[in-house]
Design a protein around this ligand. Structure first.
Ligand SMILES: Cc1cc2nc3c(=O)[nH]c(=O)nc-3n(C[C@H](O)[C@H](O)[C@H](O)COP(=O)(O)OP(=O)(O)OC[C@H]3O[C@@H](n4cnc5c(N)ncnc54)[C@H](O)[C@@H]3O)c2cc1C
Length: 425
């Protein structure tokens, strides 16, 4: 696709064209403001994170993407199922068990295609989108953000730097956490210093039947030192990844393929499911991805998606939180233009509620990683909280009453993967 000619200033500039940036761009444009989305890579680009959770539906509906997903070949996801000790299955958490509705079923998506479609949607709704556009700097006047310096790479490889002014900068740069790093606001999570190794397998055995074949499986290995995700994708391909403490997953000198095999041997259920499967590519790795920004907005700037923070992959909450934060930020930005108030409170007022919602996921992540705690045993003692836990797995986390389960569960903070280095709110 040809690149647009850029103006010297816009109402809003978004750094990053992933789900958070594209959705913010789309919705700010829909509100009637001029918006420029700057994405450093060429799209489509590869991205990990294929499993959606049900509450993503409402953001997708607002973006006008539900019909596209319904017509797609992406596997339908009706549930998530956990295995402990490498082979003991829990009862699946079916999303329609408590409050069946149109959002109770979701999808497993190829992220290169999904992210490209969301970015196209931003264009359709009036945002200017430039790929091959790496933001190098954010300009400030005192504390107020006033614009960016961006490097544009042309099709022939030539590069040009431009300064572009704006009233509001949205940082949606994902794990690069552009502004949070620049401003020294990033707190790593001392309890979740994890790393992942993954690959895509053809012909891994899935459960049978429409309701189960697209399920996400989360398989804890024997000894609970790691866990695998199992995410069915189109074309009989399955995304399978292993996550554990960074030092455990990446010991010096060990090849990721060997570590994956080591952990696979602790997971008999997965060994069986992979008996006739074929690995499709070299192993991929990522680590050190759980952090939060102490401050999420300032005069003229606001953070969304992973640029604001990322918890952990276990409950597949990333794209949901990216799109939800984009919606909340886009509405706050519109109000800021109406009020002509671009303060931190005005642009980031939604973040108190958002952090509280993220905290519910984080507490459930802690329960998962605590070796002395079992969600299965907890639910045997307190079956009345199964619906509450399903609410969190679905992403229905913006209602404070959902947190009631933790009043009974108590503090399940796992042992630190590393000495504490900052405050998490
Ligand atoms: C191991 C692992 C597994 C995961 N599994 C899941 C899952 O199953 N389901 C799920 O929902 N989530 C999952 N996630 C999380 C999910 O992928 C992210 O939360 C999601 O991609 C966040 O969207 P985003 O738009 O904030 O960031 P991204 O999707 O990362 O987009 C950020 C964009 O910003 C661009 N960018 C960065 N810096 C600049 C710059 N300086 N200038 C211009 N552009 C820039 C990047 O190129 C990128 O395209 C997983 C994460 C990990 C680490």
């Amino acid at each position: 696709m040809s690149q647009p000619v850029l103006n010297n200033d816009y109402d809003v500039i978004v750094i990053g064209g992933g789900p958070a940036g594209a959705a913010t761009g789309a919705l700010v444009a829909e509100h009637g403001h001029s918006v420029l989305v700057l994405e450093r890579s060429q799209f489509p680009r590869f991205h990990v994170g294929e499993s959606l959770i049900p509450e993503t539906f409402w953001s997708l509906k607002r973006l006008g993407l539900v019909d596209w997903l319904r017509a797609s070949a992406y596997p339908r996801k009706f549930s998530v199922q956990f295995f402990s000790d490498g082979h003991r299955p829990s009862r699946p958490f079916y999303f329609d068990e408590y409050k069946p509705c149109e959002s109770s079923q979701t999808w497993q998506v190829w992220r290169d295609q999904f992210d490209q479609r969301v970015l196209e949607r931003a264009r359709e709704l009036g945002a200017t989108v430039h790929t091959d556009a790496a933001v190098l700097d954010v300009q400030f006047d005192g504390e107020a953000a006033t614009g960016v310096r961006v490097r544009l790479t042309a099709a022939d490889g030539s590069r040009e730097d431009h300064k572009i002014a704006c009233r509001v900068i949205v940082d949606a740069s994902g794990q690069s956490a552009f502004l949070s790093n620049r401003l020294g606001l990033k707190d790593v999570d001392p309890y979740l210093q994890k790393g992942s190794i993954w690959n895509y397998f053809e012909n891994a055995r899935r459960d049978e039947g429409e309701r189960d074949e697209g399920a996400t499986l989360i398989l804890q290995t024997e000894g609970k030192k790691s866990w695998f995700w199992f995410i069915p994708l189109p074309g009989n391909v399955t995304s399978i990844g292993c996550t554990g403490a960074m030092s455990y997953m990446f010991p010096q000198g060990a090849a990721p393929a060997d570590t994956f095999q080591r952990e696979l041997q602790r997971c008999p259920e997965l060994v069986e499911r992979l008996r006739h499967a074929r690995q499709t590519r070299d192993f991929l790795t990522t680590k050190d991805y759980s952090y939060y920004s102490r401050q999420g907005a300032g005069p003229g700037w606001v953070l969304v998606g992973d640029a604001f923070g990322f918890i952990d992959p276990v409950y597949s909450s990333g794209v949901f939180l990216a799109l939800k934060s984009a919606e909340l930020a886009a509405d706050a930005i519109h109000d800021a233009f109406v009020q002509q108030n671009f303060s931190a409170d005005s642009l980031g007022g939604w973040q108190t509620q958002h952090r509280a919602a993220v905290t519910l996921f984080r507490k459930l992540v802690f329960a998962f990683y605590n070796p002395d705690f079992s969600i299965g045993s907890f639910l045997k003692m307190h079956p009345e909280f199964r619906s509450n836990i399903t609410d969190i797995l679905i992403g229905d986390v913006y209602r404070p009453e959902v947190g009631k389960v933790f009043e009974v569960m108590g503090d399940v903070t796992p042992p630190s993967d590393r000495a504490p280095v900052g405050t998490m709110t």
